[in-house]
Design a protein around this ligand. Structure first.
Ligand SMILES: Cc1cc2nc3c(=O)[nH]c(=O)nc-3n(C[C@H](O)[C@H](O)[C@H](O)COP(=O)(O)OP(=O)(O)OC[C@H]3O[C@@H](n4cnc5c(N)ncnc54)[C@H](O)[C@@H]3O)c2cc1C
Length: 436
């Protein structure tokens, strides 16, 4: 067998397929959309971003920024396309989601070693396979994963934020600014007075939620995924919960130089700034209720929704029980798993795991040992985490400095410590990569 199969052309699968093909190995890339959709994807494009259009911080002093840097060193296709399709977003890397997905799709279609198969994969192909079917894997693939992992419970849930049109925003009722003036003023900020905030909060906590077609969802299940906690669930923790969360006003001053009582930030969804994401407002309220509640915010009084917030299934396996740090099944060395379903959390993390799984699939095909990246790197530590965390308490993990080994000797000062982590990772990865 001289080719490798990749199932799922999402973030992880697209990156994996590219890495494999770039090393001169043929790839068969399966994608079931558009024939068979998922509850969150809207197009048939590869690498579609299903919720926010932000890939997180690009500052190297953050763990997310450092992971992006590592991916650039490793030659990531998706990070390169993200830079080419980026939209202004202060210190964050946000993209025009349509252009981003279209460009990734084109790169993969045009690669001479990649064969695209537009169908749902219902059984595992022969030979070496990278499974990257994501948190919304088709039922057939979920069944296969249940068999491979000897588990019948792979689910939890998370939520997506609404998107409104730019032309329906009342720009007189807010101001453009970046928090603490960091980066360019790319966010449109919708301030609320104390009375407006209290009215909004009251409406939010009493609004009706959409029914769920599952008994598995509890607030506890949601709480494990703090980054995507529905706004109404967070609001129920107390009247000020949002003012310390997505509606926090710190670092923002309005046109009169005053700090508002609370602020909702809107982030551009596309280069033309015709669409805006309500930052941090993922929700599972009924659609009519979303309109009623969010229109209580002065700048959104007449806003037009192009997408309402929704609640989705999210699947991940108990990786420490079954995977090793090369994203390879311990029991089935010909099979690799990549993406969110492994328990890495987030767009960039999913991409990164796809990159490593792709590289390792090629190495196994060529009879070489899989790569074990230095522990000092974010990707190396993520790989280590998914393969060696305590299986009894395993939860998805995003890039953060806490997963890295401690600095030796310890460094005092938060900023200095972050810088030291970044420098250590950069040196370790560049040395490792050069030695290969
Ligand atoms: C609703 C929702 C919102 C999210 N929001 C964010 C966010 O804002 N920011 C963030 O960083 N992360 C977010 N995530 C988490 C995660 O980053 C994304 O889900 C990301 O897309 C995961 O990448 P992936 O490659 O693992 O899966 P995906 O990008 O979902 O790719 C999987 C692909 O496999 C295909 N597929 C599935 N089954 C089959 C099959 N049997 N045969 C062939 N093809 C198949 C699917 O169609 C899909 O294209 C969100 C997740 C969900 C579910």
């Amino acid at each position: 067998m001289t080719s490798i199969s990749v199932i799922g052309a999402g973030l992880a699968g697209s990156e994996a397929a590219w890495q494999i093909a770039q090393r001169g190995v043929k790839v068969k890339l399966y994608e079931m959309r558009p024939e068979l959709g998922t509850p969150a994807h809207e197009t048939g494009d590869f690498a579609e971003l299903v919720c926010s259009n932000s890939l997180g911080s690009r500052l190297e002093s953050t763990a997310g920024g450092l992971l992006k840097k590592e991916l650039a060193v490793l030659g990531s296709l998706l990070m390169e396309v993200a830079e080419q399709t980026s939209v202004p977003a202060g210190g964050a890397l946000a993209v025009d989601r349509r252009l981003f997905a279209q460009m990734v799709t084109r790169c993969l279609y045009e690669h001479p070693l990649i064969e695209i198969v537009r169908e749902e994969c219902r059984e595992l192909p022969e030979g070496i396979v990278v499974i990257a079917t994501g948190p919304l894997s088709s039922p057939a693939m979920t069944g296969i994963l249940q068999e491979l992992t000897a588990s019948d419970n792979l689910y939890f849930y998370d939520a997506a934020a609404p998107i409104v049109t730019g032309e329906s925003i009342d720009y007189e009722q807010g101001f453009w600014a970046a928090r603490y003036g960091r980066g360019t003023a790319d966010y449109f900020n919708c301030p609320l007075t104390k009375e407006e905030y209290q009215g909004f909060w009251q409406a939010l906590v009493t609004a009706e939620q959409a029914p769920l077609h599952s008994s598995e969802l509890t607030d506890d299940a949601l709480a494990v995924f703090e980054g995507c906690l529905p706004l109404e669930v967070m609001a129920k923790r107390g009247e000020d919960a949002l003012r310390y969360g997505p509606f926090r006003p710190v670092g923002l001053v309005d046109k009169d130089g005053r700090r508002p009582y609370a602020v909702l930030q809107l982030r551009k969804e596309n280069t033309e700034a015709t669409l805006f994401n309500l930052v941090g407002c993922q929700t599972r309220l009924k659609w009519g209720e979303q309109k009623r509640v969010f229109q209580l915010i002065p700048a959104l009084r007449n806003c037009e929704f192009v997408r309402y917030g929704v609640m989705h299934r999210n699947t991940f396996i108990n990786s420490p029980q079954v995977l090793n740090s090369s994203f390879q099944f311990r029991e089935y060395p010909r099979l690799f798993l990549a993406g969110q379903i492994t328990g890495v959390e987030g767009y960039v993390e999913s991409t990164a795991s796809g990159l490593l799984a792709g590289l390792n699939a090629v190495r196994v095909l060529q009879g070489q040992q899989p790569l074990v990246l230095p522990q000092e790197t974010i990707l190396g530590s993520l790989a280590q985490y998914i393969s060696s965390a305590d299986p009894g308490f395993f939860q998805p993990m995003n890039a953060n400095f806490g997963i890295l080994p401690p600095l030796d000797p310890p460094v005092r000062g938060k900023q200095e410590r972050k810088l030291a982590y970044t420098q250590r990772s950069t040196v370790a990865l560049e040395d490792y990569w050069a030695a290969l």
